[in-house]
Design a protein around this ligand. Structure first.
Ligand code: ADP
Ligand code: MG
Length: 389
């Protein structure tokens, strides 16, 4: 992805969003975090102090979750694979457990241990290439979310070469953290855009709906497939156009099918998820892209049924952790523990983000699929949000 082109697109996008919403007191801030362009616009309430704290938090999450920084917590776990367990922060543990819950409910289509395949393909790096089949076969043997061992705050990958990669969920989690922070700070409305992982928070001054464009996968830098008019929500898209390379006229992109070891090739070009949890949106956009349309829509229905609230047990009370680290573990909303970790994401008993219905929506989760012929398929609620492109 051309950085400059992307920057211009996002700058334009942000400016146009600000144009249709509150009057701006100070410029929005844009920085490079998570290897992508991240912009926050808190409009009238956007102070330097606020932007400093938001971006400090973003950079701290990047430091913990990065797979390209050797001293990140994720890379420490990866380096110790097959050797020893690594003690990690509550925050990384929290996100890892959510990722594992998504792995469970998607039957491993979403798999946070996909790291060996991600590394092998090297999409978006200077060593990107089509691997030999034997290399893919070897990497496939190292991909299995059910082998991740968690004991208290220690994580162990039992086989050398196994690698965690939370790239399919961490920007969503970070957007939820930022949305929580801007609300705590009393900000009335904000747009959080972490490399296209969007959260539109609060209400615009004129009370009109937010308008969020979904890129046209055929021409992502210059046109939108559709514009969604929405109340507060997160909007997250996974697409073949985000990070990819082309060899012999074949496009190899960054979302890998953990069963085959190859980039997903099912005729879809993008999947957009809309819900009030960006963590869920991010994990689900990647998951539904891999699962394809039929299984994806079925999964959304299943999630609606699982989406019951839980008691407000805080992170501080570690008793909430189950012994096997999976399934029944509960956290309250916005809890702060001794390390100052604030967790804004409420979880269901299944360890998945609890998602409130957005105003005027009948369902918690909505999806928009675009296929290679640019046909669009979406849940009923979302059709009501279609505006002019
Ligand atoms: P983006 O990061 O571009 O917003 P996604 O949220 O769809 O897009 O995440 C893609 C990233 O997720 C990849 O770059 C990789 O780090 C990771 N990933 C790739 N395949 C899988 C998979 N099957 N399960 C979980 N994560 C994956
Ligand atoms: Mg994702």
């Amino acid at each position: 992805m051309n950085f400059f082109a992307r920057f211009i697109f996002i700058a334009f996008f942000t400016v146009s969003l600000s144009f249709v919403s509150c009057r701006k007191a100070e410029a929005a801030r844009t920085e490079l975090v998570f290897g992508t362009v991240c912009t926050v616009n808190a409009f009238d309430d956007g102070t330097t102090e606020l932007y400093n704290s938001l971006f400090e938090r973003l950079h701290s999450m990047d430091e913990k979750f990065s797979t390209s920084k050797s001293n990140s917590e994720i890379e420490k776990i990866n380096a110790a694979a097959g050797k020893s367990a690594v003690e990690i922060s509550d925050e990384v543990l929290f996100v890892l457990k959510i990722a594992l819950s998504f792995a469970e409910i998607t039957n491993g289509a979403f798999d946070p241990t996909v790291g060996p395949l991600v590394k092998l393909w090297g999409i978006n790096t200077e060593y990107a290439r089509v691997p030999e089949q034997w290399e893919i076969d070897n990497a496939l043997k190292l991909v299995d979310w059910s082998r991740v061992k968690i004991e208290e705050n220690k994580v162990f990958l039992p086989v050398e070469g196994m690698r965690l990669d939370l790239g399919g969920i961490v920007k969503g989690y970070a957007a939820d953290v930022l949305a929580f922070m801007v609300k705590e700070a009393g900000v009335k409305c904000a747009v959080i855009d972490l490399g296209g992982n969007i959260y539109v928070a609060g209400k615009k001054k004129d009370r009109s709906l937010w308008r969020v464009g979904v890129k046209n996968p055929q021409n992502p830098e210059h046109s939108t497939a559709i514009t969604l008019s929405l109340p507060e929500n997160s909007v997250v898209t996974s697409g073949v156009y985000e990070r990819f390379f082309i060899k012999n006229n074949i496009r190899y992109h960054h979302i890998i099918n953990p069963k085959t070891g190859y980039p997903v090739d099912n005729g879809l070009t993008s999947v957009t998820i809309v819900s009030k949890s960006s963590t869920a949106c991010d994990a689900l956009s990647t998951s539904l892209f891999i699962l394809g349309m039929e299984k994806g829509f079925a999964l959304l229905k299943q999630l609606e049924r699982q989406n019951f609230p839980t008691a407000g047990i805080t992170v501080k009370e570690k008793t909430a952790d189950s012994t096997d680290g999976m399934g029944m573990w509960l956290f309250g909303s916005g809890a702060v523990n001794d390390d100052g970790f604030e967790n804004p994401v409420k979880l269901t008993a299944a360890g998945l983000p609890f998602v409130e219905k957005a105003e005027g929506m009948a369902d918690c989760f909505n999806a928009l699929y675009i296929d290679s012929e640019n046909y669009m398929y979406s849940t009923e609620d979302l059709k009501k949000c279609y505006g002019m492109s």
